[in-house]
Write a protein that binds this ligand. Structure first.
Ligand SMILES: Nc1ncnc2c1ncn2[C@@H]1O[C@H](COP(=O)(O)OP(=O)(O)OP(=O)(O)O)[C@@H](O)[C@H]1O
Ligand SMILES: [Mg+2]
Length: 316
């Protein structure tokens, strides 16, 4: 596993995050001025308010080339807020966000793209009736000829699309096919291949497997690894520890806008990650309440069994 020697150490379950240990972390990236190693991206104590609502607070994490950083959390945990900050849609109002060691506050998705950060959203902005190759090049079309003879270089675009998809191991019958005919998983894969082709250094995937079945999820997870192997720093957002664990190098767990843990893969097991996500203590409380109500006996029993099961799995 390529992460273990280089990834940072875990914070405790209640910690706000580790301090960055530059020595053990970085191999690929160096600051162009000082030649000291830097992360591709690094967030330290990042927070964001919407008026009175604290959507995110004290979040620390790093993204490196050839690594997958997973962000896990339930509804309202702050996952989307976090990636909006990284993708240039919102600005943080606490902490620091650095790209290649430079402190930044991105003011638009364009600025994020120019810095090599590409985001793939769950509800992909694709034009359903357009062929796959048109979607692939949307907004970045290749043209040929000059002045009045300028026209789209359809042949080149089709060929590049086909090759890029093949390079990612995606075998689509025909790039002329409307993208709307592809499955959700295949569309995600096209979006990933597109980001790779247009030179993204960092790829953010917001719940790419949320709406997919087991098989399609597996396909998307495989492309996440492909992107990683091509040297991209991947941020994979999900609420499913079973999807995160096999592909992730690091795991940031968010709950109600706070970091409840930041682990290197070597410091956590799938069972522990699942237990952390399930929130053992909360399940116990809920089982108690249901019992007190005297109804839903079966549900209370089920919850108790689940509590017993998760209790032994929580990391210390
Ligand atoms: N534009 C906004 N204005 C006000 N509050 C917001 C805004 N966006 C998010 N929030 C609040 O911030 C908190 C975190 O929301 P966020 O969308 O980041 O969560 P999430 O982890 O992505 O959840 P989900 O899994 O449901 O997508 C929530 O309490 C939400 O109500
Ligand atoms: Mg969200």
């Amino acid at each position: 596993m390529n992460s273990n020697e280089t990834a940072k150490h875990a914070a405790g379950p209640t910690g706000t995050g580790p301090t960055i240990d530059q020595e053990t972390l970085l191999q690929n990236e160096t600051d162009p001025l000082t030649h000291t190693p830097v992360h591709l991206m690094e967030l330290e104590g990042v927070g964001k308010h919407y008026g009175n609502i604290i959507a995110l607070t004290e979040v620390t994490m790093a993204v490196d080339m050839g690594r997958v950083t997973c962000v896990l959390g339930d509804n309202g945990a702050g996952k989307s807020t976090l990636i909006k900050i990284i993708a240039g849609l919102h600005q943080h109002d606490e902490g620091t966000f650095k790209i290649m060691g430079q402190e930044r506050k991105l003011t638009s998705p364009r600025e994020a793209l120019d810095s090599g950060i590409a985001a793939v959203y769950q509800d992909l902005a694709v034009v359903g009736l357009m062929p796959i190759w048109r979607n692939f090049f949307l907004g970045s079309e290749i043209t040929t000829g000059r002045g009045p003879f300028r026209r789209l270089d359809v042949k080149a675009m089709k060929e590049i699309t086909k090759n890029e998809l093949a390079d990612m191991g995606i075998d689509l019958r025909d790039v002329e096919q409307p993208i709307g005919q592809l499955s959700g998983g295949e569309r995600q894969c096209v979006a990933i291949a597109r980001a790779v082709h247009f030179g993204a250094k960092a790829l953010i995937l917001d719940e790419p497997t949320a709406a997919l079945g087991v098989k399609q999820s597996g396909v998307v997870l495989r492309y996440i690894l492909q992107a990683r192997d091509r040297g991209l720093g991947v941020i994979f957002i999900t609420h499913n520890p079973h999807h995160a664990f096999p592909v992730g190098d690091r795991f940031l767990l968010l709950k109600r806008g706070k970091s409840i843990g930041y682990y290197d893969k070597k410091d956590i097991t799938l069972d522990e990650l699942t237990a952390q996500m399930a929130g053992g203590a909360e399940l116990a409380e809920l089982a108690h309440e249901l019992e007190a109500l005297g109804s839903h006996g079966d549900l209370a029993q089920e919850l108790e069994a689940e509590v017993a099961e998760t209790a032994g799995q929580l990391p210390h």
